[in-house]
Design a binder for this molecule. Structure first.
Ligand code: FBP
Length: 552
């Protein structure tokens, strides 16, 4: 295999562990903290997790090892979307297991949770692991979105674990996967399988965080990658002075990625979905908000700009969600055949007009025709509109163009508006992990092995104090049930880890809100440049602005 010079160099990078984990696995002891309670719905969660609820928070400290001397056979799964650093979680886990005893075994189940059910696996050895140290991606074993959530699946998982003599499974995933890890841990405990389950917090979206988990891994690298690209575009825009760039960034529902990218680059506009929902903004109001910036900048002779649009924003616009719900209803069952049989878009349009309420039709009618068609043509196997496929960057630039046309007719706007569109998503998910993610992930994996060796189950590997240098990080574990509450999902009450949305009274959003009016008119762009892996610490080990502001 040919590898790039950077990949070769990164093999040599030694990830930094928290200070308390640096003196070797045989000198790490457990310090028990307080018993925990779930964040809400305590009685219900307790009744659903009788074997794993209410356990103590724990931290590791230097001291006489409290780990079991028994042979450890551990399975690991990567679950969901890729996030930079996943390989290092596995490397950290492997190194800690092997440091405890060369007899210990780490098994990787391939292509996500389905690998465990299908018993599709690889047994790691040094040669295999070394090829993936400090690299991006999940290609070491692949990932997948199959969910481990039914009794039947748990039973198969228990059988597979028994076949391999496994005593633990590590699930590297987001809020849903770690919710399922907690349920699996409870199942394994209730059935006396002797199999522990430990989670590691992953997702570039940054929405798996709470009082205990300060950041999900991958967010740091992905946002730095997007910020680099956005900064480059800003500089290009400021050089050519003729384009408005509409840039959609990933983040299925929460806007943490968009907000962090904005904090790093100071664009003219950044929409925050959570604010759109809180203020119940309509599409027209959002378009006016962006058009105001375009108009004011044009008045200063600046017919260029940059607007960041979070991937999930349209779902947060109340009138748009109502429209989607009506379309899903309008095309339910056999009605879809009737619609599909109509030969022309004109006839389909009439069908839609007659089927929607007046309010929803008005929303539909202001959409550009390509977006209108997207809503009806690209539906999932259940016939539902696939909101994630909507090109919201194009939607908003078209709505802004309409607003500007009206303003031109009224004589208030005299500028030129040439929009360009971008989507930054997949290119950030498998970048070489930043030093922060390389260190954080390695520590999460190493720490997961310690949790296993010390007999814990139903815990999330927890590394905290992250805005400080790694030497001051704190390693430990938190029962997953502590992060849970009951939510309505697919018509049922379910125990789930609460998803963290952008808090409008939180410091990162407040900083943005305090500055955005200025950024909307001035050209206050910041150019963060590419992630640096070698060089001064203040450049290479920089954390995200979100983390910095949150921990100030
Ligand atoms: P996870 O929540 O599984 O980490 O995935 C997040 C994400 O990258 C979102 O930002 C994005 O909307 C989605 O995955 C894309 O999913 P897919 O890879 O299935 O296209």
């Amino acid at each position: 295999m040919t590898i790039s010079p950077l990949q070769k160099a990164r093999y040599q990078y030694e990830p930094k562990l928290p200070g308390m984990l640096r003196s070797g696995v045989d000198k790490i002891a457990v310090k028990e903290g307080e018993p925990t309670q779930s964040v809400a719905d305590q009685e219900t969660i307790k009744s659903l997790f009788p074997n794993t609820y209410g356990k103590n928070e724990i931290t590791f400290v230097e001291g006489e090892s409290t780990a079991s001397p028994d042979k450890q056979v551990v399975g690991v799964i990567l679950s969901g979307g890729q996030a930079p650093g996943g390989h290092n979680v596995i490397c950290g886990l492997y190194d800690a297991l092997k440091a405890a005893s060369p007899e210990n075994v780490l098994i990787g189940f391939k292509n996500g949770p389905s690998g465990l059910i299908d018993d599709d696996f690889v047994v790691f050895d040094d040669e295999f692991i070394d090829k993936y140290r400090n690299t991006g991606g999940f290609d070491i074993i692949g990932s997948g979105r199959t969910k481990l959530e039914t009794e039947e699946q748990f039973k198969v998982a228990a059988d597979v674990a028994k076949k391999h003599g496994m005593n633990a499974i590590v699930i590297i995933g987001g809020d849903d996967s770690n919710t399922n890890a907690a349920v699996l841990a409870e199942y394994m405990a209730a059935h006396d399988t002797g199999v522990q389950v430990i989670g590691a917090p992953k997702t570039i979206d940054g929405d798996l965080k709470n009082d205990d988990i300060e950041a999900s891994f991958g967010f740091d690298t992905a946002t730095k990658t997007y910020a680099e690209l956005i900064g480059n575009i800003e500089r290009d825009a400021n050089s050519a002075k003729k384009y408005w760039h509409f840039i959609k960034v990933m983040g299925r529902s929460a806007s943490h990625v968009a907000l962090e990218a904005a904090l790093q680059t100071q664009p003219n506009i950044c929409l925050i979905s959570e604010e759109v929902a809180a203020k119940k903004m309509s599409l027209s109001e959002i378009a006016d908000y962006i058009a105001d910036s375009v108009e004011k900048r044009a008045a200063n002779g600046d017919n260029f700009g940059v607007a960041i649009i979070p991937e999930g924003v349209v779902e947060f616009v109340p009138e748009f969600s109502a429209l989607i719900a009506e379309i899903n209803e309008l095309l339910a069952g056999a009605k879809a055949d009737e619609f599909n049989a109509l030969p022309t878009w004109k006839e389909k349009y009439e069908f839609i007009k007659n089927g929607l309420t007046k309010e929803s039709f008005e929303v539909f009618d202001i959409l550009p025709e390509n977006i209108q068609q997207q809503l009806f043509l690209e539906r999932d196997p259940h016939g539902n509109v696939q909101v994630s496929l909507i090109e919201s960057e194009k939607l908003f630039s078209a709505l802004v163009a309409n607003k500007l046309k009206e303003r031109k007719e009224k004589g208030t706007y005299k500028g030129k508006f040439s929009p360009l569109h971008h989507f930054f998503g997949y290119e950030g998910r498998c970048a070489f992990p930043s030093n922060f993610d390389a260190d954080y992930c390695y520590s999460l994996g190493y720490n997961a092995a310690l949790l296993i060796q010390n007999g814990f189950t139903g815990y999330l590997s927890k590394i905290s104090n992250l805005s400080k240098p790694a030497a001051e990080w704190v390693a430990g574990g938190m029962p997953i049930t502590k992060m849970m509450n009951i939510e309505r999902r697919h018509g049922e009450d379910k125990p789930v880890i609460r998803k963290a949305l952008v808090e409008l009274d939180g410091k990162p959003f407040q900083f943005f809100a305090d500055n955005r009016d200025n950024w909307a008119v001035e050209t206050a762009y910041l150019y963060p440049g590419a992630i640096q892996y070698y060089g001064p610490e203040e450049v290479c080990d920089l954390t995200t602005k979100t983390l910095k502001l949150e921990q100030e």
